[in-house]
Each structure stands twice: as structure tokens, then as C-alpha cells.
Design a protein around this ligand. Sequence first.
Ligand SMILES: Nc1nc2c(c(=O)[nH]1)N[C@H]1C(S)=C(S)[C@@H](COP(=O)(O)O)O[C@H]1N2
Ligand SMILES: [Mo]
Length: 410
Amino acid sequence: MSDPIDRRRFLEVAAVTGFSAGLAGRTRGDDLSAPAALPRPSRSYLTEAGDFVDVSRGNPKPFTLRGEALEKARLTPETWRLEIVGDGSSEVARPNRLEDGTALDLAGLKELGKVHGVQYLKAMQCNNIASPLGQGLWEGVPLREVLRRVGQVGNVRRVYYWGFHNDDPAQLFQSSLAYNRVMETPPWEPPPLVAYRLNGRDIPLERGGPVRMVVPWAHGFKSIKWLHRVVLTNDYKANDTYALQNNDPESYLKTAAYLGKGSLSFQAGGPAVVEGTAVVGGSGLKRVECWLRPATGADLKLANDDPAWKTAAWRPCDLMPPPDDWGAILPEGTRTEGIWGFDPKTGKPKDWPLLFSMVPWSARLDGLEPGSYEFRARAVDLNGFAQPEPRPYQKSGMNLVPCQVLVVRA
Ligand SMILES: Nc1nc2c(c(=O)[nH]1)N[C@H]1C(S)=C(S)[C@@H](COP(=O)(O)O)O[C@H]1N2
Ligand SMILES: [Mo]
């Protein structure tokens, strides 16, 4: 920036205009999608199945299989089967196996779904990628109900599970959960699902269908795609594939705000609206706040150890309010009364924003002088911790305070 605006003058401008409006005034029928500068998955409230950012191992990737290969992989609705077995360390009265025809098939799972089916909104997020991958309305049978199929069990401490991996141990992608946590999910939290529907349709192959695990509180690596096998074990360790490489295999979704990539350009005189998304982790979301300052430094961004951080003037942003008309957002025919976290009487969310979901937010900046600015955003959780605290360790979920450069043209 050749002509940085005077800091005192800037603070005056910010104080007078404040940050206002944003999405709060939007109503039904408004387009919630992003200006072109922002990636789509972070913008619309629900992400189309094909628009999730994909994180898949495998060579070939299971979703590229076709025809006979797909049938052999048991990844068609007719051929899909789920095995539920012990591993020798535990006792399982009635294991469900392929060999003897006791494995669960899709029709059987959907039959269970008629009685026990659960639906919820949940953001998918990789602990190693800053922005969420997408948000879906997931539907399936709680894992605790599926596990009842095997009858009496003994000596079980954990459950681990994996999906189709080309029958190659080197391609295995495995995850695990504590048995008690699966069987005694708090009724005030959504349970892990053996899921078969996304956004009102069968889960497409690309998203891990016909059947994928969805673990609401966890990062994506617990939500195993192309689910094939669940094992009950006496092992007490989290034997997840993601226990390796210094990932945290028990990390909870982290409450955090995210911004789009690249700089944004605005015309002086008009309002500058910056939009982002926030993930509601286990500790809830109190607010999203932002900090605008004249850009400095070679890459236009303040150094991490700059004293200016200590005196930053954070101001609240606007969260998207709960939509008045969910019909305009959810798949056709969805009854909100049946979605976890919604009041069965009113069909409205009991809390907002919803636990483990992501929610769009925006900040409107008026009266900006021409120049370059740094825009930062952070989430504050219900315990009062501001991002990245209390979790500065990034391998348990990326949540560094994001920054976007705004260029205001004369
Ligand atoms: N079978 C299998 N399941 C998997 C993976 C995988 O590579 N194979 N990747 C995991 C990881 S690390 C993430 S972040 C999520 C990503 O889900 P998505 O591709 O539907 O966005 O899937 C998880 N489930
Ligand atoms: Mo991931």
C-alpha cells in the first residue's frame, strides 16, 4: 500500500460505521450463495453431495470403480453388506458375517431406519484442511442400534471400523470409537450414524455411499466412507489410521471461523461485505468477531508476534439467523420436526447455531477509504475462548485466525 491511511483516522471511521446488517436482514428466497471470490462449500448452508471437497485415499479411488468391479467391491445398493465381528480379544454372541449370510444388507439397514432413523445437519471437516469440506443433512441408523444385532458382547472397550480399500492393507483407512460412547450417546447430542442418506437422497458413491459412518462430533477421519466392517475389540487404544502422523485421533470439532481465499476488492464509497463460515464445535459458538486494520508488511499481513495483536479492536459480525423457511433450504419434503436439534412441536431449531453444523456469517464495513486492509475473523466459544485458543495445536484441527486482504479502490 503506497499511501497507508492514518491509524487514528481509520479507527474513527470504524467507530462511526460499526459493522452491521450482513446476512441478518436476509429472508426467504434470498440467494445464500457466495460472491465468486469465495469457495462454494463454505457459502451455501447445505452443500450438494457433489460439491463437498473430497478427501479420499485409494488407488484406484473406490468411487471411480464401475460395473463388475463395483459389484465385487460390494459398493452397489444390492451388493453392499456390513460385517460386525469380534477380533478374538472380545466376545460377540452373534457376529454378522459375509460367509454365513448374516451380514447386514442395505434393505435391512433401511428397515432399521424406519424405527430408529435419525437425521441431523452436520459439517464435514478435515482436521488438516482449514475450511470445512461441506455441510449435509445426514440420515441413518445410530451405530448403537446396529450393534444390537450381535446380541450379548463381552470384554469390549472400543469399536473400530473400515471401508472398502481395494483389499490392500496398505490402503486401509480405519477409525475407532469408545464402545461406551457409541452405546450411551447422550440423548442431548446427535449420535454416530451408519448413514445411508445425504440431503434427502441415497449417499452417492462419491460421498462414501451406499453406506458411510458419520460421527457428528469428530473431524472427517472418523466418518469412514464405503463402510464394510465394524469390529468390537478389547483394545483400549484409538487405532485410527489418523492416530499416525501426529494427528489427534480423539479431537473434537473445533469452534472456529473461516474466510475465503485470495484478496477481495471493493469500490470506495460502497459498503464492503465480507462473508465467511463458522464451525460450531463441541464448546458451542457465542459469536464471530472481526478486526480490520490497514495492511502492513511485505505480504500485507501482520506478523504473528506484532504487539498490535494485544490491542486489536475486535467487533462482532452477523451470524446467519435461523431461516424462517427451512423449506427453501432443505431437500424437498423434509420435515424439520424430525431433524435432531429441532423442536418436534414447532419445527424450529432449539438452539442456534446448531451443534456440529457450520453457519455463514458476514461483516459489513462502511465508509472505507481507498487502500489495503487486513481483515481477520475469529470465533468465540460458549466458554469464552477465542480462536485458536484453547487449542493452539493445529494437528487436532486447523483453526488459526484467518486473514483476508481487502483492497478498496478509489
Ligand atoms: N474409506 C475412506 N473413508 C474416509 C477417507 C478415506 O480416505 N477413505 N477419508 C476420510 C477423511 S480424512 C475425511 S476428512 C473425510 C472427507 O469426507 P468427504 O470426502 O466426503 O468430504 O472422509 C473420511 N473418510
Ligand atoms: Mo481428513
